[in-house]
Design a protein around this ligand. Structure first.
Ligand SMILES: Nc1ncnc2c1ncn2[C@@H]1O[C@H](COP(=O)(O)OP(=O)(O)OP(=O)(O)O)[C@@H](O)[C@H]1O
Ligand SMILES: [Mg+2]
Length: 421
């Protein structure tokens, strides 16, 4: 047995000591060569040594070379098995090779150069196979990890779907259940106002006004929820008309001017120089900008300026870029990624009241998600650029004619009431 073992080790099995000697001498410089003069001894050696290649003679007493290699195939499948024999009848050997028990067969007598080549090839084969196995293992474990992640994702997805359904059902019930009592309250307020007109005392008048305003606010909230749910389904359609941008800006100005006055804020409008029109659903179009403008009013300080500007996009044909800019409190980077989600509102109980235009008042967090949905329904988009403490700029890109872009159908829209923030 060789000492000073290099790590590449092979075992030669032969009952003729001269052959073992010759092979050992031939290979000892390159490999660690172990020898056994019987199959039994070989089986015993492979138990305790780390061996990559076994080379066995076929004709040995008590256990033949093929039998030995078959046994090794079962117990040590990684070892590369080589058989050598001087038999002229090699049917057995062919069978053994075909059944995968033997990697190679070498006939006796061999030329040393040929034997060297065979042994080198056997070691290369061993290394290749190990590498392949380890790659397959890595692939399998990556695959398993991926499958686990996929499973987790699909579970999370299912949970989200359920939550979404629950949320929608809840909102639908809330919205529908609120509608009837609100309508009744508003009806009574109307009757009371009529009945008491001119003859009411201060307190009664104030009380009626209070009930009226609060009921209207509730109605707005309920309408918003309804609107968002109604437009969620694939059947939601647009009622497209040609809207003049100037008319749109004037209408928006009229709607927000009571709030601007109360907050001493200024509204500036810049429109394209030529008379411009956009093909859009007028209600949804003004909802987009009312939401943005009401937010700008709420999140700006008294006396500040809010700007609405529209221009033709320079990077896209037939597209208008609308922007609503304020000099208000701005939005933190953390919140920017969430503000377009339904019901996201930077909730703080001291801010969170039903105020619709007062400084810093948050609503239920539907305005921006409705605005985004409506912009997308028009094949458009919305995004925000904001610096905390300095102000925000909401940019809405809308195609001049969505019908031309996506062949959207001009159809009856759900008749939903206009909603102010
Ligand atoms: N112009 C803005 N400046 C600063 N923060 C803003 C601005 N617009 C929106 N936000 C932030 O984004 C949140 C979500 O806005 P969104 O319009 O969806 O909800 P809301 O105004 O709170 O309630 P709602 O519009 O449903 O009455 C707001 O609560 C606010 O924190
Ligand atoms: Mg809002």
């Amino acid at each position: 047995m060789a000492s000073n073992a290099p790590e590449r080790t092979f075992l030669v099995v032969d009952d003729e000591p001269d052959i073992l000697d010759a092979i050992e001498r031939l290979f000892r410089k390159e490999y660690r060569v172990l020898t056994a003069n019987s199959a039994a001894e070989a089986l015993e050696i492979v138990q305790r040594e780390s061996i990559q290649v076994v080379m066995s003679d076929q004709r040995m007493p008590s256990m033949s070379g093929i039998e030995l290699l078959e046994e090794l195939h079962k117990t040590h499948p990684d070892i590369v098995r080589v058989l050598f024999t001087g038999y002229s009848n090699i049917d057995h050997v062919i069978d053994a090779i075909n059944q995968g028990h033997v990697y190679r067969y070498i006939s006796k007598p061999w030329k040393p150069a040929e034997l060297r080549l065979f042994v080198a090839q056997a070691f290369d084969y061993y290394v290749d196979r190990q590498e392949r196995r380890s790659l397959i293992k890595q692939l399998q474990s990556a695959n398993e990890r991926m499958e686990k992640q996929l499973n987790l994702l699909s579970i999370a997805n299912e949970e989200l779907k359920t939550l979404d359904r629950v949320k929608n059902v809840f909102m639908e019930v809330v919205s529908h259940e609120l509608n009837t009592p609100i309508a009744i309250i508003l009806g009574y307020v109307f009757l009371l106002k009529k009945e008491l007109d001119g003859a009411r005392g201060d307190l009664t008048g104030k009380a009626i006004e209070g009930i009226d305003t609060s009921a209207m606010r509730l109605k707005n909230i309920s309408n918003r929820i309804f609107k968002m749910l109604a437009d969620e389904g694939p059947t939601s359609t647009l009622n497209l008309e040609w809207v003049t941008l100037k008319d749109l800006a004037d209408e928006l100005h009229t709607q927000i001017s009571p709030f601007l006055q109360k907050r001493h804020q200024t509204f500036k409008v810049t429109l394209p120089s030529e008379p411009a029109q956009i093909h859009a659903d007028p209600e949804k179009l003004s909802d987009i900008f009312l939401n943005l403008l009401m937010n700008a009013i709420k999140f700006s300080r008294d006396g500040q300026t809010i700007t609405l500007s529209v221009e033709a996009a320079t990077d896209e044909p037939e597209t208008y870029v609308f922007s609503v800019q304020d000099q208000g409190i701005g939005i933190s980077d953390e919140d920017v990624s969430q503000i377009f989600n339904s019901f996201f509102s930077t909730f703080e109980s001291k801010h969170h009241s039903s105020g619709s235009f007062e400084f810093g008042k948050r609503g239920i967090g539907l305005g921006l998600s409705v605005a985004r949905r409506f912009a997308e329904m028009h094949a458009g988009s919305i995004h925000v650029e904001s610096v905390e403490g300095e102000g925000s700029r909401f940019v809405v890109r809308l195609p001049r004619d969505p019908e031309q872009i996506h062949g959207l159908v001009n159809d009856l829209a759900l008749d939903t009431p206009k909603v102010l923030s």
